[in-house]
Ligand binder design. Structure first.
Ligand SMILES: NC(=O)c1ccc[n+]([C@@H]2O[C@H](COP(=O)([O-])OP(=O)(O)OC[C@H]3O[C@@H](n4cnc5c(N)ncnc54)[C@H](OP(=O)(O)O)[C@@H]3O)[C@@H](O)[C@H]2O)c1
Length: 337
């Protein structure tokens, strides 16, 4: 057990890619707990594209992280001391750990106890059984309302949200086409996850390949990327198409907002609907989704995959792996056993 609490505090707002030097790595005493609180040792941090957005000074769905504050992040950890009826020593929990070794669970910063005895690594509670898996679940079932026979196109398909979204759409009987960077990711989607087709958007002539992969057009677009990728999908929409707008990662490192898709008017001619959504709005329904995803995993219908990097001190620059496409499935940082 670490003798101190190492914490990463935001020092300067990054310009473009994140640098380790944008953060101060400080060592503080392990916090004391009061009645009603529990001390949690963080084991895995969740690296999410939205972390990059929280570092900018632009108000969003959560306030920007302030200079000098510990970097906000999801994570899982173990309760190492408790003066609360809610948390038991040794229990696995998830919540907003922040980029630090220890965090105090309290009424104002609650954590969710996780089920024990499932045959999955702790990191899966940040992947298919965590916020990214839940985002995929509600985006596919509630926002896009995918049904049997739909052609569903998913961008960033080999990432945390995309890989789970595609598998759920398959389970619901859709024809699923993934868009991802590189032949290895595309092979994984088709050979391992059962996607019907995958298109490598980094390969020459990919838009022709995408057309071939969607001979009957696109009924549902689960959009994670934006930019040129989204524009290509908008060019293939069927009448009445639904777009579940989950994220626009291609612009998160840019100082200026992009001008948007040039073929936006296709939404008019195709009578398409776009719905943005946030997983925060679905918190009350988490047990339903976790139960269903866990059941699909136990039946062998859905896989969770994580890319694990190590070391709290490497966390800031590891975030860039998401923007370089170096992760397959969920990207996590292991900071303790
Ligand atoms: N609405 C919500 O509540 C919610 C919740 C969670 C996540 N999200 C959003 O969901 C999206 C996926 O998040 P995630 O956590 O699952 O990340 P992820 O997909 O695991 O990682 C990001 C992936 O995006 C791709 N990418 C990065 N830059 C790109 C670019 N310029 N053009 C095309 N592809 C690019 C990379 O894959 P390639 O190798 O294929 O390029 C990378 O692996 C993000 O937009 C995120 O903001 C939304």
């Amino acid at each position: 057990m670490s003798e101190v609490n190492r914490r990463l505090l935001l020092k300067t707002r990054p310009e473009g890619r994140v640098k380790n030097s944008d953060f101060d790595l400080v060592e503080e005493a392990i916090p004391e707990i009061s009645d009603g609180e529990a001390l949690i040792r963080t084991t895995y941090l969740s690296l999410d594209p939205t972390n990059r957005v929280w570092m900018t000074d632009v108000p969003g769905y959560l306030p920007p992280v302030q200079i000098g504050e510990v970097m906000r992040s999801g994570g899982v950890g173990r309760v190492v001391a408790s003066k609360s009826d809610t948390y038991k020593e040794g229990q696995l929990v998830n919540g907003f750990t922040g980029w630090q070794d220890y965090v105090v669970a309290s009424d104002s910063l609650p954590f969710t106890p996780l089920p024990e005895g499932m045959d999955v690594p702790d990191s899966a509670f940040l992947g298919a059984l965590g916020m990214t898996g839940l985002t995929a679940y509600f985006g596919i079932t509630d926002v896009a309302k995918v049904k049997e026979g739909d052609t569903v196109v998913i961008s960033a398909a080999a990432g945390a949200v995309g890989s789970v979204a595609g598998q759920i759409a398959k389970i619901l009987g859709a024809r699923v086409v993934g868009i991802a960077g590189g032949p290895d990711k595309c092979a994984w989607l088709v050979d391992e996850l059962g996607f019907d087709a995958a298109v490598d958007y980094k390969a020459e002539g990919w838009k022709d390949k995408f057309k071939e992969a969607t001979p009957n057009g696109v009924d549902v677009n689960f959009e994670n990327v934006g930019g040129e990728v989204m524009e290509a999908v908008f060019g293939r929409l069927n009448i009445g198409a639904r777009i579940a707008l989950c994220g626009l990662i291609s612009g998160y490192n840019d100082a200026e907002a992009s001008t948007g898709p040039r073929n936006f008017s296709n939404l008019i001619t195709r009578r398409a609907s776009v719905q943005g959504f946030l997983i925060l709005d679905y918190f009350a329904r988490i047990p339903e989704a976790v139960g269903q995803i866990a059941a699909w995993m136990a039946e062998g219908k859905l896989q969770s995959r994580e890319t694990v990097v190590e070391g709290l001190e490497n966390t800031p620059e590891s975030l860039n792996l998401l923007f370089d496409g170096k992760n397959t499935g969920k990207l996590v940082v292991k900071i303790a056993d």
